[in-house]
Design a protein around this ligand. Structure first.
Ligand code: GLY
Ligand code: MN
Ligand code: MN
Length: 492
């Protein structure tokens, strides 16, 4: 047992998480003190504001999920670093739980489902009793800061502080015995392990991306001019859930049409995919489901009426050329920053050939002209989170201050088993174009009259999920119509 959504979906075995725990214990060997335990806190379900019902659909916290593969809420998990033994502490549920929420599972159910060594229901002393009985001398807790958002996952459980062990009940302080804790060792090790995907993880990621591709194709076949953006989103949601068993999406759907294609994260509260499409619009549909918490992130750009205009072809082909060139060049040992610059260079070369730009392309790249047309990073690591962890660990260079480059979510050199999105884009954003035209360092490259012809057209993004291999990269989001001709044939 572990996870599937019926025979038509992928069966994920608990071995995936047994292997993750083994990798964690191996990585801690020689670094962790004898008698130490890893202590992780799982996610807690949240209601929508201060209401009684209407929970936001629960989704497990990603580090906890990586370690235990557990879908239920309010658990703690322990790993004995010396022996590798794993213990889950599910919550003790109220007596009437089954009336409202469903079956109360027993220890054997958790043990078998998640292939852990022990399961102990969590009363307020369960964890401290266990640690004391097992002579724990050091707890490694996870404190993880997101380098993009700055937000911090607090060390879990926050009730532990150095020198004193509190009980795990909310208000009931229990000083039971002396124990030390550390929040610095675990994070870089766990985050870096998450960067490199195992074969079992890759199976799940392939599945999520294939469902994404089939759903995108369904959208491309169904959407017609005058339909609303949200109707495209709705087809995607239905397809991924109904056919793929993907209850969650990895991020808010970006179902952008026309000028909205130039809004990087269109679809949020201020622009909830509510524009009516028009004949002649380009669509930038960036949508991805997650399966068993593993994400996909795929963007298809296509004309809503199924036929590219000559201008749309220019921009589409420039972006596709950049996408394919990066796919070929992104080998182990190559720095991601250089891939961003390569993508820019190809796109700027094509824009120059089409008469939008003039001058030396290398000088354009140095002047950061690329960031006028592509203000975001070329792509990002992806895994349990769509913008996955570890982008600024390892051999990463510090975050750049330069336009465009400062938005890179990683600057690492690529290595086998990294899964990363390749998502070059070309966007016509009035504010950035006007600022560039007012800046002599940039304006000398621009041909305003020609650029004006493209203003208001939105943009194009072509995004794939790619696993880096020395033998040649693997496109997890293959089987999509990608060339102009393929898209026109597919939509006809
Ligand atoms: N869907 C957001 C991104 O591509 O990063
Ligand atoms: Mn992406
Ligand atoms: Mn995306």
């Amino acid at each position: 047992m572990s996870f599937d959504c019926g025979e038509h979906t992928l069966h994920v075995k608990p071995d995936l998480f047994v292997e993750n725990r083994r990798r964690l214990v191996e990585s801690l060997a020689g670094k962790a003190l004898p008698g130490s335990f890893v202590v992780l806190q799982g996610g807690v379900g949240k209601p929508r504001y201060n209401v009684d019902l209407d929970e936001v659909v629960f989704r497990q916290e990603s580090y906890f999920f990586w370690t235990f593969g557990v879908h239920e809420s309010e658990l703690f998990g322990l790993i004995d670093v010396d022996s590798g033994k794993s213990v889950l502490f599910p919550p003790l549920l109220p007596e009437d739980y089954h009336i409202w929420e469903g079956k109360v599972r027993d220890e054997a159910w958790f043990r078998e489902k998640y292939q852990v060594d022990e399961v102990i229901f969590k009363n307020e002393f369960a964890i401290s009793d266990y640690l004391e009985a097992n002579k724990a001398s050091m707890l490694y807790l996870l404190e993880a800061q997101n380098t993009d958002s700055g937000s911090v996952l607090p060390p879990a459980p926050s009730q532990f502080v150095p020198g004193i062990l509190y009980s795990l009940s909310q208000n009931n302080l229990l000083i039971s015995f002396q124990i030390r804790s550390d929040t610095s060792l675990l994070y870089p090790i766990m985050a870096n392990l998450r960067v490199f995907k195992t074969d079992l993880e890759l199976q799940v990621m392939r599945y999520a991306s294939q469902i994404a591709c089939e759903a995108h194709k369904d959208v491309m076949k169904t959407l017609k001019p005058k339909m609303y953006e949200y109707q495209g989103e709705s087809i995607f949601r239905h397809h991924t859930h109904f056919h793929g068993g993907c209850r969650h999406l990895a991020y808010t759907c970006i179902a952008a049409s026309g000028e909205n294609g130039a809004v990087m994260h269109h679809g949020g509260p201020d622009a909830p995919n509510n524009r009516q499409t028009k004949d002649g619009d380009m669509c930038v549909f960036d949508m991805g489901p997650e399966y068993n918490c593993y994400s996909s992130d795929v963007t298809c750009s296509f004309p809503v009426n199924g036929k590219f205009t000559p201008k749309q072809k220019i921009i589409y082909n420039a972006v596709l050329k950049a996408n394919l060139a990066v796919f070929e060049a992104a080998k182990p040992g190559v720095r991601w920053t250089d891939m961003h610059l390569l993508g820019e260079k190809i796109m700027l070369t094509e824009l120059k050939a089409a008469g939008l730009l003039q001058g030396d392309v290398d000088k354009m790249v140095q002047s950061r002209l690329g960031a006028v047309f592509q203000p975001v990073g070329l792509g990002h690591l992806i895994g349990l989170d769509i913008h996955d962890v570890g982008g600024y660990l390892g051999d990463a260079l510090p975050r750049s201050l330069e336009p465009g480059l400062k938005n890179l979510r990683t600057t690492r050199t690529l290595q086998e088993r990294m899964v990363i999105t390749i998502e070059p884009g070309c966007y016509f954003i009035d504010q950035l174009l006007d600022e560039a035209l007012a800046d002599p360092k940039l304006s000398k490259f621009l041909i305003p009259a020609k650029i004006d012809e493209f203003r208001g057209s939105g943009g194009v993004r072509i995004e794939d999920v790619v696993c880096i291999w020395a033998k040649g990269n693997e496109n997890l989001s293959k089987n999509l119509p990608r060339t102009v001709e393929e898209i026109e044939r597919f939509m006809a």
